[in-house]
Every structure is written in C-alpha cells, then in structure tokens.
Design a protein around this ligand. Structure first.
Ligand SMILES: Nc1ncnc2c1ncn2[C@@H]1O[C@@H]2COP(=O)(O)O[C@H]2[C@H]1O
Ligand SMILES: [Zn+2]
Length: 813
C-alpha cells in the first residue's frame, strides 16, 4: 500500500512513501495538512490507479496519528482465516473509525467500543501500540553493543499492511491454499505478505492441523510468538532469513502430509516439528560455526565449539516461547517435552553431523523390525531426518526456484569469505569467491550431500513426492554441470591467451641485459620453475582456478614481503593483523641471490618485491600492479574499521568483533622461532607478537603510529644500513619455502577445518581432534561428535504411545 497525499477535491498530489503507517510522515506534509489519506495502488491497463481506502488524522503537537477512518472493506488477514473468534466479527470490521493514540480520549472510548468487538479491540490495541516492540526485553541475550536495526519490511507495522491491503491478502490466501503442494512458491508469498511469509504460512498450517484448538492455544499469543520468530531472522542475510524458515516449514508440512505418515504422527509431535522447522535457524548471523570460532565469538565459547549455531537457534526459540507465554498453560512435564523435542530436532540440523544421521538412517531402514509408528524413538528420529531433508531441500525444487536458493546460499558463503579476507583470517575455501564458483559448490553439494540423503528418504517413503524430489536433484545437477563445463571452456580460452602473452613477454625479457641467478640453498625449498611464481604468491595472478587453500591466503602477503620500498605505516599496520606472521619464523631458509649485473636504479625500484620473485620481468610488473592495487585496497580498508561489527549489518547474536580471545587463539598457533641473524641477513618479520591480534586495537594504532620500515628490518638495521646493502653485490634474503608455508598454513587449517579449540578458557593450545573425511564441501566443515542429548534419545518421561489428539492435560498423565 502506498500513502498518498490528496488535495481538497480528492486530487492526488503524489505518493508520500512506501508504507508502513508508523513511518514518520515528512514535516512538509504535516505542516500543510491535518490529515493524510491512504489507499492501495494498482496498475490497471498499464495505468497506475490509486484507490482511497481511508484517512488518518493526527495530533499536530506530537505528530502521532489519532484517528484512522476506514472507508473500504477491512479485515484482519492473519486472524480472519484462522480463528472462529474473529470470524464472527468480520462484518463489524468492514468499515469504521479507530482511535490510535496511546492515551485515548475517554469520551471516544464508548464510540470505539460500540463499533468494534472486544477481541478486535484487543488486537487493535496491540497493533497500534507502537512501543510494544521496544518494551519487550532484548530478545536474545547474546545481543549487546549494537541494537538490531529495524527491518523495513518485517516489523509489526506489516500487520498494518496486511490489515489494510485486501488485494494482496486475497492473492496470498489463494497462494496459501496450495501450501501442501511441492511447487508452492515461497518467494511470491514473501511478496504478497510484505515480508511476513513465515507468520502467514505457519498460521495457515497450524489451522490445517487444528493445533490451536487441540492444544487450547491463545491466538494472540500464537500470533505474537510467530511474529517474534519471524523477526528473529535477519532479513539482511541472503539465505538464512525468514523466507528460508518459511520454506523449510512448508517442506516439513509436505513431508508430514505424505500418505505413509498421515495419521502416524501424534499432533503434539506435529506441532513441535513445525515449531522446530520455523525456528531451526533463528537469529542466524549469516556466517558459519567455523567463522564464529575463528573470530572467538562468545557463543562459540558458550557452546564449547559444538553445534554453536544450532544450540543458539534452539535456545532463542525457547526464549521466545517463554516470552510469549504461548505454552504457559502446559504443565511442567508437557513443557519439558516441548523443550526436549525442539532441542533434539533443531540440533539435528547441524549439517556437520550429516554423515552420522545418514548412517543411522540407513541402519534403521535395513532393520526389518523398524516400526516408527509404534516406536517413539524411531518416530522421533524420522522427524529429525524429515527436518534435515526440509532444511536442504532447495536443490529438490524446480530449477528456477532451486537456482535462486543456490545463488542466495553462495552469496552468503562469499560474503563470509569477504569478511574473512578483510579480517585477514584464513578464507574458508567454500566461501572464497576467487577460488570457486556457484556451480562448483552446487554440483558438490547436490552430489555429496543432497542426493545421498534423499535417496534414503525415497527408500523410506517411495512416494510420488520423493520421486519428484530425486528427479529435480538430477535435473538441477545436470544444469550445474553444464554451467561448469561452460566455465571450464572459458577458462581454457583465457589460459591459452595468457600463455601466448607470456611467450611474447618472455622473449622480450631474454633480450634485456638483466640477468639474475638464483641459488637455493635447500633442495626442499620452493622451486621456482619456468619463471612461474611460488605457490604462495600464485593468488596474485589472474588465473585463480584450482588454487589450493594455501594460495588463497591474501593476508599473508605482507608478512612474506621481504623488502619494502618505502616506509608505509599503513601497510605495516595492516600487516600486523595478518594471521599470524610468527608462524613463518621458524621455517625461514636463506636464498642467496647474485645481483652483480642489476643496475642500482633497477634494484631500488624492485626492492618492493621479494627478491625471490625477481625472476621474470612480466611477473614482476604484474605483481607490482597487483601489489599497488592491494595497497590501495588497504587504504580503503583502513578508512573503515576491520571490525566484524562493520561487516555484519545486523549482528544480533553476536558482537562479532574479534576479541582478546582471538589474539590468544592466534598466539596459541604461533611457532616459537629463533630466526637467524647473520651480519648480512635481513630479517623481515616483525618481532612484535602483539601484531597477531585481530583486529587492531586503539593501542596498536598508537603504538604503531611511528612505525616505519625499521620495524621490518629489526635485526640488522643498525649494523647493516640499507645504502650499504644496495652497494653490495651479494646478500641473503629469507624466503618462505613451499613446504614450510604448507606447514604454517596447515596449522591454520587445523583450526579452520579439522580441529576445534577445546575451550578458549581452558587453554588455547589444547586441541580437540575432530573427524574430517571426504571431499564434499560439507565434509570440509568440522565434524562434531554426538552430544549428550542424543545419547539417550528418549526423554525419561515420554510415553510410548502419544495419542493423535493430545490435550495439555492428557499429555501430562
Ligand atoms: N544449495 C545449497 N548449496 C550449498 N550449501 C547449501 C545449500 N543449501 C543448504 N546448504 C547448506 O546446508 C546447510 C543446512 O543447514 P543451514 O540451513 O544452517 O545451512 C545450510 C547451508 O550451509
Ligand atoms: Zn536451515
């Protein structure tokens, strides 16, 4: 709906702004008029048409709406459909006046009551009290520092949209009538409900199972808790947002509707499964567990690096249920079951536990005594699997929808990679936009994660839906493979062009008088072949395909640069945040470079690059370009803080700025070293351990304010001035060998992929070995062992047979 400004004769003066009514109306409008009108706009035969639906008068003193007049049909979309209570009052809501001001004039109270029922008034009071949201306590305990930004498309004000815009509402109703269809279009629902897909889909599904009546739920509380859950998702996440939650809930509903399951799952378990689907990614920060650990997020410490996000989703869900009081009338035992089931279901969605669940699933299916209908444990496991399927079902949708999800999820991955790069921590391979592509990620995910799970699901439920899902996975995989082969063809062309260029450039170099010979003292050292750059620097080249994880560590460049041309405090500062240069100290070996013929001027010009790289003029020039681009990047970077706070636009769960723990974590990885300090050897690595902290603190800044090149050349500056170096015909520089670089990176890899620091508080050097297998992208994530809640699957007091219709009291018996 748009709010329009109308002149005295109903002349349309122009749009004010896009919805919600609690937006501040511009001063110039308020100065000119005592009221504004609103309506909905449509495009009819290519002509925009504005239909007047009502008006709002406001108090000029405090600029708050005081009176709303409805001219047209009005009904409350979320309620009319779902409750008999409001249904009976539907006609009374078709038109009328509502006083909106928080302290209503008593004389008007009677008038208001006369036209609106008590329950509708309750609703309107809720909707009109703008401060309600602010009065609620901070929803997630993890939220400090920065308050959640108000979402433009998903705040309580959306209830006004739904309240007023009947056209969208009818279309949404029509769409929702197909909610059990696998081809249901969740993105359209998002549009039609103005960013409230989860609220609407959940209310609709709850109504279908008659859960509100069955469990005597208070509709207001249900409405409130669903809104809270929806608001708990970050709309700024490309993938982990409320639309994903709505999508998973819809998929879960489709699975629960399967003929073989219908009538086999007690309503209580249906309800908990749906709530679990709705909340399974609640307050997701848009980065994965690895990132949380690497940045020493307090949640990682809180949950001991095990299912960090899933534990947080579950806890947040319970907090919202408690806050809304929706299950307050349940007795203790029933409430405990709600809590237990939600915990178990949500924790099962930890994708790093995929293999564990798949193996168990296969085992159940192979067991001739498998009887989920009469066995709570088996049934609960099936619900866990159903939720896991729903969570990763996006590749089982039709190609256009599936592709959209794939792009969104990869967008989120790549954003994480960008944050990692900016924080100068190792970039997760899956998240490195320079090292992989959407198509490659998807092909891997579909092949190694999705297909195996859904094949077993089809074995469990050989239904048309299962076949359709498998068929879609196959078709989508084919599409991604076509895209990959196109990408490969393009890459081959690029390589061919590049090789031709290099050939030409090589002959130019051979013509030049310059000769540089390199003598590597250690046979195992980095082999510099055919003028190619060492692997460590390979990522500076344009061709970044098939680069290993090591080569994508942009943050290491500065710390590897042995000679630098000009003092640059900015670069020094940046270098200090790279992670962690001291890793390399032990591994340094010497390379002797004879530079007899190189003219002084050329040498000086080239001092900005590692001497080991001065092999190929072309490479050198390209590197110079790259490095200056990098330097300018860093200038931009410095202007912004590299704090995580700046990257995540809505860091609700996490004050993601790396903390003291990060520096300890980094220092836990340091290799103690005794670098050689021969009289004529330059040591290029800073001595300052402090430089390992992420990100730099104010202290660091001030401390390094007077930094200059001498910080690099710490040992020999006083004994071996630079001028003297220049005039020498032979000197030694340390380089990082391929082998040693691998070792250092492996050290970081272990943190990133294989090992998780047991407990930040218990000691940073104590690593807990975790099981990492296979090549699938998911297997690159840390595997966590089963947690205590799964070992005893059946909660102590759960009854073997739960009736299909369970009232809170019967559950407690
Ligand atoms: N299409 C996809 N491509 C790659 N990874 C995916 C895709 N869909 C889901 N995932 C991953 O699978 C995970 C399942 O749990 P989450 O929703 O928390 O986060 C999801 C993503 O990390
Ligand atoms: Zn999910």
């Amino acid at each position: 709906m748009e709010v329009g400004l109308h002149g005295s004769k109903g002349r349309y003066l122009g749009d004010l702004m896009y919805l919600p009514l609690d937006y501040t109306v511009s001063d110039y409008v308020l100065r000119r008029r005592g009221a504004i009108s609103f309506g909905s706009s449509t495009v009819f035969a290519s002509t925009p048409r504005f239909e007047r639906r009502g008006g709002i008068s406001y108090d000029k003193q405090d600029e708050t709406a005081i009176y709303v007049r409805m001219l047209d049909s009005l009904y409350l979309i979320p309620f009319i459909q779902y409750t008999h209570i409001l249904d009976t009052h539907r006609t009374q809501m078709t038109s009328g006046d509502v006083r909106m001001k928080s302290k209503p004039d008593k004389s008007n109270e009677g008038k208001r009551k006369a036209s609106i029922s008590e329950s509708d008034m309750k609703l309107l009071d809720k909707l009109s009290s703008r401060d309600n949201k602010r009065q609620w306590p901070s929803r997630f305990l993890s939220l400090h520092k920065r308050r959640q930004r108000r979402r433009p498309v998903a705040s309580l004000s959306h209830q006004h949209v739904s309240l007023l815009d009947t056209q969208y509402q009818r279309q949404a109703e029509c769409l929702l009538s197909n909610v059990g269809n696998w081809n249901f279009d969740i993105f359209s629902l998002d549009l039609l409900t103005c960013g409230r897909p989860l609220l609407h889909i959940a209310l609709n599904i709850f109504r279908q199972y008659d859960l509100i009546n069955t469990f005597s739920l208070d509709i207001m509380k249900v409405f409130q808790v669903f809104s809270l859950i929806e608001d708990g998702y970050h709309s700024t996440n490309p993938y982990h947002n409320a639309v994903h939650a709505a999508d998973v809930t819809q998929a879960m509903h489709c699975y629960l509707q399967e003929k073989m399951l219908q009538g086999s799952i007690p309503k209580f378990e249906i309800m908990t499964s749906l709530v679990a689907a709705m909340s399974h990614d609640l307050d997701h920060p848009g980065v994965n567990q690895t990132f949380m650990i690497a940045t020493a997020n307090h949640l990682a410490a809180l949950y001991k690096n095990t299912s960090v996000l899933e534990n947080h989703h579950w806890r947040s869900c319970i907090a919202l249920l408690q806050q809304s009081g929706v299950f307050n009338h349940f007795d203790k035992k029933t409430w405990e079951q709600v809590e237990w089931q939600l915990r178990s279901l949500i924790l099962a969605t930890d994708i790093t536990r995929q293999q564990e669940f798949l193996s168990r699933f296969k085992k159940y299916l192979d067991d001739p005594n498998f009887d989920f209908r009469n066995n709570f444990e088996q049934r609960h496991f099936m619900l866990q699997i159903a939720l896991k399927c729903a969570d990763i079902c996006n590749p089982c949708r039709d190609w256009p929808v599936s592709k959209l999800w794939s792009e969104r999820v990869c967008d989120e991955f790549f954003r994480q990679g960008d944050y990692e790069r900016q924080l100068q921590i190792p970039v997760t391979p899956l998240c490195d936009r320079h090292a992989t592509t959407v198509a490659k990620i998807q092909a891997g995910f579909l092949q190694f994660v999705v297909a195996p799970l859904f094949q077993e699901w089809q074995r469990f439920l050989p239904t048309p839906l299962s076949s359709q899902m498998i068929k879609n996975v196959k078709l989508n995989l084919e599409q991604w493979q076509i895209i990959i082969s196109d990408e490969n063809k393009e890459k081959e062309i690029l390589i061919a062009e590049q090789e031709i260029n290099e050939q030409n450039e090589k002959s130019d170099v051979e013509d030049s008088a310059e000769t540089v010979s390199l003598h590597v003292t250690d046979e195992e050292d980095d082999k510099v072949e055919d003028g190619r750059l060492p692997l460590t620097f390979a990522h500076l080249l344009d061709d970044q395909e098939d680069l290993s994880y090591n080569s994508s560590r942009r943050g290491s460049i500065r710390s590897l640069s042995p000679v630098r041309e000009e003092p640059d405090s900015l670069l020094l500062e940046q270098r200090r945040h790279s992670m962690p240069p001291c890793c390399f100290q032990k591994e340094i070996t010497n390379v002797t470079v004879h530079r007899d013929i190189l003219p002084l001027t050329q040498y000086l010009r080239r001092r900005s690059l590692p001497t080991a790289m001065i092999l190929h003029a072309t490479s050198l020039e390209r590197l110079t370009d790259k490095l200056s681009a990098l330097a300018s990047d860093r200038v931009t970077l410095q202007k912004k803080s590299t704090s995580m706070e700046d990257f995540l636009t809505r860091p609700k769960i996490s004050n993601l700025s790396p903390s003291f723990e990060t520096s300890r974590l980094a220092s836990g990885l340091l290799v103690s070293s005794q670098p050689s300090s021969h009289g004529n050897t330059i040591r290029f690595l800073s001595k300052r351990r402090k430089s390992q902290t992420l990100p730099h603190s104010e202290d660091d800044d001030s401390d390094h304010g007077d930094s200059n090149e001498s910080d690099f050349e710490t040992v020999d500056d006083h004994t071996f001035p630079k001028e003297a170096l220049v005039s020498r015909t032979q000197f030694s520089v340390p380089i990082i060998t391929r082998e040693t670089t691998h070792q250092s990176f492996n050290c970081l890899n272990n943190l990133e992929h294989g090992r998780v620091v047991n407990s930040i508080h218990e000691g940073l050097t104590n690593f807990h070995e975790l099981n990492v297998k296979g090549n699938s992208p998911i297997n690159k994530m840390p595997h966590v062992e089963s947690t205590d809640f799964d070992s005893g699957l059946i909660p102590p007091d759960i009854t073997k047979k739960v009736p299909n219709t369970v009232s809170p009291t019967s559950l407690s018996q």
